[in-house]
Design a protein around this ligand. Structure first.
Ligand code: FPP
Length: 246
């Protein structure tokens, strides 16, 4: 039986975030270069996006490249950027067919200009799609995001547009990359690592965390269904007691 049959479609998470990890180890196991793992990671991205869109998930956020990833060997960084450009180019058609709206956040200006340009074009092409919103976190880290937010807040206070006493959770949320989106109810990390690695630190305050040993290139729709079914089996208490949330 597929995990899909276990999913209650009326209780889907609205927003799923994914730390795609294990591409390098997957390739190493096969005696291949790390980039081979990233290339195969694209298949997992495609399958996951299609499955999430089909189910009716509203937002899917993929951690595609972290601020810290710039410190990888230059060859790997270049290969990842090229893969990104090629994938965006190739997949825009599939995004259109699946009614997916592409979005990206992070320090996008630090991306190679070709990559930035392709990304903006694809975002523009898909901007009227009404299905899943696919967020690519690129050159992103949560600490970077929180610093941007603090700078904007300080500026608003300095300009007397905002009183410091008016700073609230809503104000902070509205200045983050995910402004206007619900926080992820479910965060998935592949490859058997139990870390959040500087990803959406504010937004995951109450997310259910789901870890799987599978390496990202092997992740397919069935694994997504399994993660969602697992999430639906949990009791979300938000600090209350069990009796209060029934
Ligand atoms: C982590 O595996 C993966 C990445 C840093 C890159 C993710 C990129 C892709 C899946 C390909 C392109 C993505 C899109 C959205 C088109 P790792 O290299 O850290 O693996 P390791 O921990 O085994 O070394």
């Amino acid at each position: 039986m597929s995990f899909k049959e276990k999913i209650d479609i009326n209780r889907l998470p609205r927003h799923i975030a994914v730390i795609m990890d294990g591409n390098g180890r997957w390739a190493k196991e096969k005696g291949k270069l790390r980039v081979f793992g990233h290339q195969n990671g694209v298949k997992a991205v495609r399958d996951t996006v299609e499955a999430a869109a089909e189910l009716g998930v509203e937002y899917l956020t993929l951690y595609a490249f972290s601020t810290e990833n710039w410190n990888r060997p230059a060859l790997e960084v270049t290969a990842l950027m090229e893969l990104l450009v090629a994938t965006i180019n190739k997949e825009t058609k599939t995004l259109m067919e699946n009614n997916v709206r592409l979005n990206a956040f992070g320090d996008l200006k630090s991306l190679p200009s070709k990559c930035y340009k392709e990304l903006m074009e694809a975002i523009d092409k898909t901007r009227n799609n009404k299905g899943l919103t696919l967020n690519l976190a690129l050159s992103y880290s949560a600490r970077w995001e929180l610093i941007q937010m603090a700078q904007k807040l300080a500026q608003q206070v300095e300009n007397k547009e905002l009183a410091s006493t008016d700073i609230s959770e809503d104000v902070v949320s509205s200045l983050l990359c995910t402004a206007g989106m619900p926080d992820p109810e479910l965060l998935i990390r592949t490859s058997g690592e139990y870390r959040v690695s500087n990803f959406l630190l504010w937004q995951i305050a109450y997310s259910e965390l789901y870890f799987t040993d599978i390496f990202w290139p092997d992740f397919r729709r069935e694994q997504l269904y399994e993660a969602i079914a697992n999430y639906q089996g949990r009791e979300r208490r938000f600090g209350k007691t069990s009796e209060q949330v029934i």
